[in-house]
Design a protein around this ligand. Structure first.
Ligand code: G3P
Ligand code: MG
Length: 262
């Protein structure tokens, strides 16, 4: 079987309300080796949520960032689930998969890097730094994250096809470039690979599109139904984290590559 990394999109959002603990539990149950979520910083807390408004996925109304944290935490995010904090999701997953934290809200780079540093410093922490990928469409946030913690792996998201292909991602010193699947073509994938980047395409749910991605030699896909990827494609060895998948040493002195799996 060809290899295609399965990244469970917003948890396994095809099976449970997106970006909720139920969706992350389902992704783990299905055996997803990588999980993606979206974060905003609201009222001093990092919340796992996709939209800038509440209406589509909750029983609330209005802009997420205009609300008080207590009100947001009381909302129904689907099937009785609550909007989780990033800390709650990290506690649930506990290093059992790679985690892609998409910086969705402006001003998330600083609190997320601080959160990860504190998490990784906790005694008994089940995570290894190499398991985290910070991604964003907001490349200024990625640049700031890189300044705050150069060891964190970055994923550069984009819509469409830039004129100079994946150059923006190598300029950011990203580990992955994450384009939409619909316009993705061979030229872009070859350019990304020539730059040493992994290509992870979003959001690929249909079997024929998964096959097209594999034929283009795409490395990973964000999918709402992880089992569709897992049933049809081999999974790469994720024990060395995101940079390990890209074949690049995460640490200048080569330390700390092996993950501490439970
Ligand atoms: O990170 C991949 C994908 O999640 C990007 O788009 O809108 O689903 O966050 P979106
Ligand atoms: Mg996302």
């Amino acid at each position: 079987m060809p290899s295609l990394l399965c990244i469970a999109h917003r948890g396994a959002m095809g099976h449970a309300p997106e970006n909720t603990l139920a969706a992350f539990r389902k992704a783990l149950e299905l055996g997803a080796p990588a999980i993606e979520l979206d974060v905003y910083a609201v009222d001093g807390e990092l919340l796992v949520f996709h939209d800038d408004r509440l209406e589509r996925t909750t029983n609330g109304r209005g802009r997420l960032q205009d609300q008080a944290l207590s009100g947001l935490r009381a909302l129904d995010a689907g099937e009785g689930e609550r909007i989780p904090t990033l800390a709650e999701v990290c506690e649930l997953i506990a290093g059992r998969s790679l985690l892609n934290i998409e910086l969705k809200g402006a001003g998330t780079a600083a609190p997320v890097t601080a959160f990860l540093q504190a998490l990784l410093a906790q005694p008994g922490c089940r995570w290894h730094k190499s398991q985290f990928l910070l991604s964003s469409f907001n490349h200024r946030e990625l640049q700031q994250a890189a300044m705050l913690d150069p060891e964190l792996a970055l994923g550069a998201l984009c819509y469409g096809l830039p004129l100079d292909d994946a150059r923006f991602a190598s300029d950011l010193k990203a580990v992955t470039v994450n384009p939409g699947h619909d316009m993705l073509d061979r030229r872009f994938v070859e350019d990304a690979h020539a730059r040493g980047l992994l290509v992870c395409a979003y959001t690929v749910n249909e079997v024929d599109e998964l096959a097209r991605m594999a034929a283009l030699a795409v490395d990973g896909v964000f999918c709402n139904y992880p089992e569709r990827v897992l049933n049809a494609f081999d999974q790469p060895d994720t024990r060395h984290g995101w940079r390990g998948l890209a074949g690049t040493d995460p640490q200048p002195d080569g330390r700390g590559l092996m993950l501490r799996y439970p």
